[in-house]
Design a protein. Structure first.
Length: 266
């Protein structure tokens, strides 16, 4: 054994949700016996009808809520504050501050950590260039299209430089054409980053296109698990993937399972 200090191996599991329940007083259970294991670097999509507990699950993982029963850990840490420190949360909608420039919006996570304004702006500008928004750095959010605002919001989440990205219906407010374009862009951007992604959506195609694995949440519990297409899609045009018979079969199976779910409508 050498005299040097050993360096611990990085965790192989990013997120563990171990038989978690969440119940509010005088209300039905929101989540019941949910169990998930997300390996580091995996892109997981959680789908389900509106009201099935998808967003609640993200908030539990990110340390914003406390489960009624069960345990949650992110990169081995179970305390809520530690889980939050490992996660960047992209909420529904872009949540850009209208009085900030796009660059200063993207720099918010760095400024919150005490990074000097000049350095934060330089790093935000570089991230905007990566996201195709460099020319809009000094614009206000109101001057951007919906798709550009979503890209700016994602740039902000990525600049937080957290190992786990939690995305809550990140493209839900976009029209179908813009949504497809941003899905393609997001797939390319995430390729090879090593980041762990847990996203929730009610769009089956989006889940299959952007995830390595798709989990169905129904009546507050995990009701299905399928391989996604993220790793198989690299280098393939969207139209080619959507026309693939195996992709169509996976979509049909998930939609059939969704159709069998009782309760809230999608």
């Amino acid at each position: 054994m050498s005299g040097g200090m050993s360096v611990p191996a990085p965790p192989t599991v990013a997120v563990t949700v171990d038989h978690v329940d969440l119940t509010y007083p005088k209300n039905p259970a929101v989540l019941t016996d949910v169990h998930l294991t997300v390996p580091a670097g995996e892109h997981l999509a959680v789908i389900g009808r509106s009201g099935c507990g998808k967003s609640t699950l993200l908030h539990l993982i990110g340390g914003l809520l406390t489960p009624t029963a069960g345990d949650i850990s992110v990169l081995g840490d179970a305390e809520a504050a530690d889980r939050l420190s490992h996660c960047a949360l992209m909420p529904q909608g872009d949540s850009l501050l209208p009085w900030f420039t796009v660059r200063d919006n993207v720099a918010v996570p760095l400024r919150n950590r005490g990074v000097a304004r000049r350095v934060a702006r330089e790093r935000a500008t570089a991230m905007l260039e990566r996201c195709g928004l460099g020319a809009w750095a000094t614009s206000r959010p109101s001057e951007l299209s919906g798709g550009m605002r979503q890209r700016a919001a994602l740039a902000r989440a990525l600049l937080a430089d957290k190992p786990v990205l939690l995305a809550d219906e990140p493209l839900g407010a976009l029209d179908a054409i813009t949504r497809g374009e941003i899905q393609d862009w997001l797939s390319e951007l995430l390729t090879g980053t090593g980041a762990t992604l847990v996203m929730v959506t009610h769009d089956v195609d989006e889940a299959l296109l952007l995830a390595d694995r798709v989990v169905l949440l129904a009546d507050g519990a995990v009701a299905g698990d399928w391989p996604g297409w993220f790793s198989r899609r690299v280098g393939r045009p969207r139209s080619d993937v959507l026309a693939d018979p195996d992709f169509a079969a996976a979509r049909a199976e998930i939609l059939r399972c969704l159709g069998n779910v009782k309760g809230a409508t999608a």
